[in-house]
Design a protein around this ligand. Structure first.
Ligand code: ADP
Ligand code: MG
Length: 661
């Protein structure tokens, strides 16, 4: 049995069914085996026909009379039969299942499972599920704990159950050598997860299967890491400590402890002959940009140029300004490429900042020694791969503000080295956060106006999240809100900002906001990523209950970027637990953990927006298995060539980073 083979290799699965399975994320035999039930229905209890009560769901075993097709007056087709067991009889009704008259010959022994209800004024078993009971038949659908699977149109649990039931006995030996784990043997775990004899066994079975996923992820990361080291040759940079220190000392602030540490780690990588492949993770506002800037400076000192990629034009423009300010005095030339700004033909640059528009320009990239990818989760896999191939085996620094626990990050990005910015710049105050219910709206307007007048605070006003994309509806909502707010905040200067605006207009708004010519920016959730306006310290979020915690945290991170007290007002109908968490917690890590608690173990923090590992079985609750999975991966990796099943599972990358865009 080839676990990596397509489901079409299974009997009775054609391309149409395969298409349906794909909707469930099931493409291979392996996927099908790891498509676990989300619940089990207890159909073990067999009742007697005479004790069937209207309103109850029941399993009965007995014989069935001939099934009669009946056509009702209003053109419906139904099937009726009489079920008999030792205690008495029951009428059975199905709808539109003409073939049933061929399934049951009179006297067939069956198990039926369904609900008893009135039919034509008398109790009857309505549309029960059935299973023939013969000497050699096994209980698949009835008389057991029955697995109920995530389904899709045209693919029922019954179908999945049958397929998996007949697949299980065909399994070969465990794909891991027996000594590599103390967990349940593989085939046994699969059996217990799909067809448990008791619910107690399910947890440990799932645990074993979750372990498999973590192990595969670890092994895949090792494989990528090995490939990276084997196929790439970097240009080891000289590190001129003195010049680097000079650069850092010229900054208008002292680096935080973790900025210093991360800088050190990055410089160490840059001096090696294997290209750096490092992730710099740091909460919003932790100061990742300047750390990356040191890297680009070292590249420059070595005669190499750098690319800095950002997911949005606004952010690219911002980086362009930040880096220009840092580097212009040193005679280092920074340039910008976005969808609306092409590079002049023979432009000379040392550092090129850009959006994905970089890919569509013919650029002279042979001198690129370092590629920085900011907010890397916002780029697709293909884009990131492309980015790493710009230039000649450049060093790669990716950055993210997605707050995930370190262990999780190390797993999700197992092939990258990880640096973490764990402290915020000194003097930052936590953003005071309040949930504002509707009755307090007017009063809060007054407070905001007062705050803006007395402290010259600037404000963001974020309109509700209406559509995934920054679609027209969101734009319309923002425009309406903008007109309303202009009346409320008559004496202030307001501007509108949304994704459908022309790039140049967006830039103008941001630039004027930066220069404090604008007091308030009314925006669609487009302001979410990366924007750095130190003068803004009021963040208002409309319809806050529609945002996820990750999104709220990102938005709030737009303010509180100076030593002034900042405020975040969350307008919502009610203070949901999520919003209460926002009032209470300020670090991304704490919110990430809170989010896990609120959602249950299922989804990793912010995955919908940020992409993450797509596990079929493993949840956060299984992450205590990580050390074991790592150890097993360590032990198995050198032997991978002798473990064909495991090897092909790893190579086909069943478990990998998926980045929805
Ligand atoms: P992020 O990590 O969210 O990308 P930025 O790099 O945009 O954060 O930095 C946020 C702000 O903090 C910027 O205005 C930056 O100049 C400032 N900053 C960065 N490091 C420090 C520091 N060590 N001390 C004070 N301010 C800093
Ligand atoms: Mg940033």
């Amino acid at each position: 049995m080839d676990l990596t083979a397509s489901v079409t290799s299974l009997g009775g699965v054609g391309t149409i069914t395969a298409g349906k399975l794909a909707k469930l994320g099931v493409n291979t035999v392996f996927d099908l085996l790891y498509h676990l039930p989300f619940r089990y229905e207890d159909r073990r209890q067999v009742s007697l026909a005479k004790s069937a009560r209207v309103g109850e769901t029941t399993t009965v075993i007995g014989t069935i009379s001939a099934v009669k097709n009946v056509f009702t007056k209003n053109g419906k087709r139904l099937q009726t039969a009489t079920f008999t067991d030792a205690s008495g009889t029951l009428t059975v009704i199905w709808f539109n299942q003409m073939y049933l008259s061929r399934v049951f010959t009179p006297g067939t022994e069956v198990a039926l499972f369904g609900k008893v209800d009135f039919f034509s004024g008398r109790p009857a078993l309505i549309s029960p599920e059935y299973e023939l009971v013969t000497a050699e038949s096994s209980a698949i659908h009835l008389r057991r704990l029955v697995p109920i699977y995530p389904e899709t149109a045209g693919l029922t649990s019954k179908w999945l159950r049958t397929k998996i039931y007949y697949l299980l006995p065909q399994l070969e030996a465990d794909f891991m050598p027996s000594n590599s784990t103390k967990l349940q043997p593989w085939a046994q775990a699969l059996h217990a997860a799909h067809f448990p004899s008791s619910l107690e066994g399910v947890t440990s079975a799932r645990h074993r299967l979750a372990f498999d996923e973590l192990l595969l992820l670890e092994l895949a990361a090792k494989l990528r890491r090995e490939k990276w080291a084997k196929t790439r040759l970097a240009h080891p940079f000289q590190i001129d400590q003195e010049k680097v220190l000079e650069f850092i000392n010229r900054l208008p602030f002292a680096l935080t402890g973790s900025q210093n540490q991360s800088t050190k780690e990055i410089l160490a990588d840059l001096s090696k002959p294997i290209p750096m492949n490092r992730l710099l993770a740091g909460d919003v506002g932790s100061g990742k940009t300047v750390v990356a800037a040191v890297g680009t400076y070292v590249a420059h000192l070595n005669g190499w140029s750098s690319l800095v990629m950002a997911p949005t034009q606004i952010l690219a423009t911002q980086h362009f300004h930040t880096l220009s300010a840092l580097f212009a005095p040193l005679g280092i030339k920074v340039e910008l490429v976005t969808g609306s700004r092409k590079l002049p033909k023979d432009s000379q640059w040392d550092i090129l900042v850009g959006t994905h528009a970089l890919f569509s320009q013919t650029l002279q990239l042979t001198k690129v020694g370092l590629v920085v990818i900011d907010e890397q989760h916002r780029f697709g896999v293909a884009q990131r791969t492309l980015a790493t191939s710009l230039g000649k085996s450049p060093h790669i620094l990716t950055m993210t503000a997605t707050p995930i626990p370190r262990t999780v990050a190390l797993t999700m990005y197992g092939d990258l080295d990880l640096s973490t910015l764990s402290d915020l710049p000194i003097g930052r105050l936590p953003v005071k956060t309040w949930v504002v219910p509707e009755p307090k709206r007017e009063a809060s307007y007054t407070w905001i106006a007062q705050q803006m007048a007395t402290t010259h605070s600037q404000a963001f006003w974020v309109c509700p999240f209406i559509d995934q994309s920054d679609s027209l509806t969101s734009v319309k909502a923002a425009t309406v809100e903008f007109e309303k707010l202009k009346k409320v905040f008559g004496k202030f200067k307001l501007a509108l900002l949304h994704g459908k605006m022309k790039a140049a207009d967006k830039d103008k708004v941001i630039a004027s906001f930066q220069k404090k010519e604008i007091d308030m920016v009314v925006a669609t959730p487009v302001v979410e990523v990366g924007l750095d306006i130190p003068g803004a310290n009021i963040m208002v979020i409309e319809g806050a209950d529609r945002f996820g915690l990750a999104g709220l945290h990102q938005l709030r991170g737009r303010v509180g970027r100076s030593s002034q007290q900042a405020y975040c007002l969350l307008f919502a109908d009610s203070a949901t637990p999520r919003l209460q968490a926002m009032e209470k917690y300020h670090s991304g890590q704490q919110l990430a953990e809170m989010d896990l608690k609120l959602r249950g173990a299922g989804e990793l923090y912010g995955t919908a927006q940020h992409g993450s590992v797509q596990f079929k079985v493993a949840t956060y609750a299984d992450f205590d298995l990580l050390p074991q999975a790592k150890a097993a991966a360590q032990q198995l990796f050198p032997k991978l060539s002798k473990l064909p099943t495991l090897r092909s599972l790893v190579a086909t990358g069943k478990i990998e980073l998926v980045q929805p865009n």
